[in-house]
Write a protein that binds this ligand. Structure first.
Ligand SMILES: [Zn+2]
Length: 275
């Protein structure tokens, strides 16, 4: 019984960290244009309210613990943010833990609209854009804009071409990640094997994608072979091709640079620590 309570507390703390990461991520994105508008502030407030609610829930449960469990719980809370450094392989192991909330709660499923659009009944008209700076998905649009400028148009094309050719909607679930964001993911222990500086995401040169089904759910068991053939056709390297470590949602454009070279170039202090 008591073990269960401790497990629940641990899960709640993980939830708080996830919300905090999400909050930090969006706050940074929103600030990019120099101002946080009312709508954006409302979204941030909502995230803060969720964090507050979970924290209250945690405190309430903690007061009911006996002394022994309080000690165990305190120790666990201090250590669980720190993961073991295993090796330097990119990348996300468990994508479903990243941006789970964004995937599950804010999806507007692509409409299979056959009602109003005049062009939708005409199969010879191909109105799907292959380039541009828009996709079906505002979240994806925002994330692509965090990437290195050289990768952005390929990423837009990727999402749009998958939609046009495969009739499948994919979302960019992760794009640029700061060093701090990468370290935070690494600290979760079961999400990524790359520390800050060791992922192409840290240089805006990688994306992770996920299929969003008609019901708005993320599908991590998508038809990766078909998705990858489009991505690779546009110049991306695919994590599914790796032999030592397979990472199917991951696509990157290294432009001939290894992560250690990039790290040395952009974050020399961090590079000295890692390499
Ligand atoms: Zn990735």
């Amino acid at each position: 019984m008591s073990n269960n309570v401790l497990k629940q507390l641990k899960a709640l703390r993980a939830q708080v960290r996830k919300y905090k990461d999400t909050l930090d991520y969006y706050e940074k994105l929103f600030r990019e244009d120099g101002i946080i508008d009312n709508k954006e502030q409302a979204q941030l407030d909502q995230l803060n309210a969720s964090i507050e609610r979970i924290r209250n829930n945690i405190s309430e449960r903690e007061t009911k613990l006996n002394f022994g469990n309080k000690v165990v719980n305190r120790f666990s809370a201090v250590t669980e943010g720190v993961g073991d450094f295993i090796n330097q392989k990119d990348d996300i192991v468990n994508h479903s833990l990243v941006d789970q909330d964004a995937v599950n709660s804010t999806v507007t499923p692509p409409s299979e609209d056959t009602s109003g659009e005049a062009t939708s009944s005409n199969p010879t008209v191909d109105t799907a854009p292959y380039s541009g700076s828009e996709t079906w998905d505002p979240i994806t649009n925002t994330r692509i804009k965090t990437l290195d400028a050289r990768v952005q148009s390929s990423a837009f094309q990727f999402v749009n071409k998958v939609q046009a050719d495969l009739n499948m909607t994919i979302r960019v679930s992760s794009a640029f990640r700061s060093i701090a964001e990468q370290d935070a993911l690494f600290a979760k222990g079961n999400v990524t094997q790359a520390r800050g500086g060791q992922s192409y995401h840290n240089y805006g040169l990688a994306i992770d994608v996920v299929e969003i089904t008609n019901s708005g759910q993320a599908n991590w068991n998508a038809d990766w072979a078909k998705i990858a053939s489009i991505g690779k056709g546009l110049g991306f390297e695919w994590g599914g091709d790796w032999t030592s470590f397979v990472d199917k949602p991951h696509f990157q454009m290294p432009f001939g640079k290894s992560v250690s070279e990039l790290c040395l170039q952009h974050y020399p202090d961090r590079a000295r620590e890692l390499y």
